[in-house]
Design a protein around this ligand. Structure first.
Ligand code: DX5
Ligand code: ZN
Length: 221
């Protein structure tokens, strides 16, 4: 199991104050965030609309931390380059939104970015079978994508399965869990093998004075 010092916390800015997004990114950076998780939604692949590459570009000067961009958009291929140019470090896609997702992963890496694959709660892990050599991050969704503030769907066997697949690759690949993460659910996900925890509501809900405490509590240290 991963120890607290190896756990990375990726606050989802979906739960931040959108009127003050640059300050919010700087505040979670200062509070100990490891990655800045950016949820991009298109009102088509998921039933919600959020932000595009212009906002990512505008936020980029507010933090030097890893920008972890989670694309819930279909089609996704026409937008990969724009997010790469905007300053994304990791670009994660959903296979359902990219019919030739092997090629999409190749395209992300060709732009010099890390490539992630997100698995919805109902998506089996065997979609990873032939793409692991192209993958730098596997995101196990513990809610159905579209909204913050949903209840955690417990999938420990799935996280264990992904951890086993990563172990066979012999290189660093992140196992990220996203949706309904709290200090309590984080424990279960970490025990199953997660090393990156996305949290929106649980980081932002009590305002900036609590960001550092919240991040520390989710990290478990
Ligand atoms: C859901 C998003 C998540 C979400 C997490 O589609 O991918 O990142 O914002 O929010 P919480 O932590 O509130 O479940
Ligand atoms: Zn997300």
């Amino acid at each position: 199991m991963t120890t607290a010092s190896e756990i990375r916390i990726a606050p989802s800015i979906l739960s931040a104050d959108f009127a003050r997004l640059g300050e919010e990114v700087a505040a979670i950076d200062a509070a100990g965030a490891d990655y800045i998780h950016v949820d991009v939604m298109d009102g088509h692949y998921v039933p919600n609309l959020t932000i595009g590459p212009g906002v990512v570009k505008a936020l980029r000067p507010h933090s030097r931390k890893v920008f972890d961009v989670h694309l819930m958009i279909s089609p996704v291929d026409p937008f990969i380059e724009a997010f790469a140019n905007a300053g994304a470090d990791i670009i994660t896609i959903h296979p359902e939104a990219a019919p030739h997702f092997h090629r999409t992963l190749q395209a992300i890496r060709a732009l010099g970015k890390k490539a992630g694959v997100a698995l919805n709660p109902g998506t089996p892990t065997d979609v990873l079978d032939h793409v692991m050599p192209l993958v730098d991050l596997v995101l196990v969704m513990t809610v159905n994508p579209g909204f913050g503030g949903q209840a955690y769907i417990s999938l420990p066997e799935k996280i264990i399965d992904v951890r086993r697949r990563i172990a066979t690759m012999g290189r660093a690949i992140d196992l990220e869990v996203d949706g309904g993460i709290t200090p309590e659910t984080a424990k279960e996900a970490i025990k199953a093998g997660a090393n990156v925890l996305v949290a929106g509501t649980a980081v932002f809900k009590d305002g900036p004075a609590r960001y550092a405490d919240r991040i520390r509590a989710i990290r478990g240290g």
